[in-house]
Design a protein around this ligand. Structure first.
Ligand code: FAD
Length: 325
């Protein structure tokens, strides 16, 4: 496993691969022009061997299963990643821009004295062959192209930003190692899972999502009525609505909520932050209704409707009822 210039840090839950790992693979392949040879994936956990074999066969990438002799915390993840980086000296270390990734990747960069680029949603190769990483800034109004000035550089990949392709070729090689974790600065006292049940977002054919643009919680009734017009639909929401207690967490779409891929996604009064887009980018057909013609959500939409959301729903209901709007 020599000549590995690009290290992917897989993300696991209960020693199983999380889907975001394959987002990292998609980004890595974009960086190498599709070649797997220079890529190494580290699968780190208390019992990572099965996940490592799965990763190797599903991607064709060589995988290092790193068994960690301690309960996993963000501090231990950082230590293990630094250990693997020390062995292979990669130029780029890809971590997910997930809740877990944001917990250790910046600290890893500090540990390695490396640049850290967060929320990366695109890769560009310039005329001189340099890799540039794009991420949105200013709430999605602009895109920045960034070239790291260090090697290694820690690149945090926005979940859902890269097109994941199925792989059916030869499996990559799997090697194993053990990482004797030092005393961590943190101690894990346990993980409590949410008791909330699913909101049907994962099964819905159509998702009607409400954002802060709906104005007040009472207007959710109109959103629910609007959603009910589409068979197999469910109601989603942007994070502010969950933070304000207007909707329960199980309805949240985005990087810290659900990742959804319905046939149709209807965004109602949602601005289109990268954190929201990360959760709905896999939708088949996106319709956005927003009163601001420059809203970032329109950059991700197939049908852009510039209108007041409540006025639009009222007119739509009239049209369904009376055939005119
Ligand atoms: C670590 C982190 C994680 C996050 N995770 C998530 C996540 O998982 N999901 C998520 O959604 N966000 C997440 N966020 C928050 C995210 O950054 C945005 O703040 C949020 O998505 C904005 O929600 P919004 O579009 O509903 O509100 P706003 O950004 O306030 O946008 C409201 C939109 O409504 C439009 N509008 C106003 N009035 C009307 C009207 N009458 N009719 C039609 N349109 C109207 C406005 O033009 C505007 O575009 C996260 C942020 C952080 C820092």
């Amino acid at each position: 496993m020599n000549d590995k210039t690009l290290l992917i840090m897989a993300e696991l839950e209960d020693n199983n691969l999380k889907p975001v790992t394959f987002d990292l693979v998609a980004a890595a392949l974009k960086m190498t022009g599709g070649a797997t040879r220079s890529i190494l994936m580290a699968v780190t956990g208390t019992s990572p061997d099965a996940a490592a074999s799965e990763a190797a066969s599903r991607t064709g990438i060589d995988v290092l299963a790193v068994t960690v002799t301690a309960s996993i915390t963000s501090d231990i993840r950082k230590q293990a990643a630094a250990f693997v980086a020390g062995e292979f000296a990669p130029s780029y270390i890809l971590c997910p821009h997930s809740a877990e990734g944001t917990d250790y990747a910046p600290a890893l960069a500090v540990r390695l004295n490396a640049a850290c680029i967060s929320a990366v949603s695109g890769v560009v190769i310039d005329v001189d062959g340099n890799l540039l990483f794009s991420r949105s800034i200013c709430g999605g109004q602009f895109n920045a192209l960034i070239k790291p000035a260090t090697s290694p550089a820690v690149i945090m990949i926005q979940p859902g930003a890269f097109q994941v392709q199925a792989y059916e070729g030869t499996a990559g090689a799997v090697e194993t190692t053990t990482f004797e974790a030092g005393p961590g600065a943190l101690r894990m006292n346990g993980v409590e899972k949410s008791r909330e049940t699913s909101s049907e977002l994962d099964k819905a054919k159509v998702i009607v999502s409400a954002g802060r643009g709906i104005g007040e919680p009472g207007n959710l009734d109109a959103i629910r009525r609007f959603a009910a017009l589409f068979p197999g639909s469910a109601v989603g929401g942007s994070r502010p609505l969950i933070d304000m207690g207007w909707l329960e967490y199980r309805h949240q779409v985005g990087i810290t909520g659900a990742t959804v891929s319905p046939s149709v996604y209807i965004a109602c009064g949602i601005s289109g932050s990268t954190q929201h887009i990360a959760g709905m980018n896999g939708s088949g057909y996106v319709i956005a209704i927003n009163s601001d013609p420059n809203a970032a959500i329109f950059n991700y939409s197939d049908l852009c409707i510039v209108d007041d959301i409540m006025g639009f729903i009222e007119a739509f209901e009239d049209f369904i009822k009376n055939g005119e709007g």
